[in-house]
Design a protein around this ligand. Structure first.
Ligand SMILES: [Zn+2]
Length: 53
């Protein structure tokens, strides 16, 4: 077994893994922001289809 590396990168402190983790958090935050921003639009559209507006 010459490959002693594990797939677990949480404990790695190298810049590459730190950057990757940061990008992952940023993409998740962006996705959440988009979801929240779309929420009122989807709600209005839904209500419009139902006929409440
Ligand atoms: Zn690393």
């Amino acid at each position: 077994m010459e490959n002693g590396k594990t797939m677990q990168e949480d404990d790695c402190q190298c810049p590459e893994c730190a950057r990757r983790a940061e990008e992952h958090v940023e993409s998740e935050t962006f996705g959440l922001a988009v979801l929240i921003a779309l929420m009122p639009i989807m709600t209005l559209t839904l209500f419009g289809h139902i006929g409440l507006l």
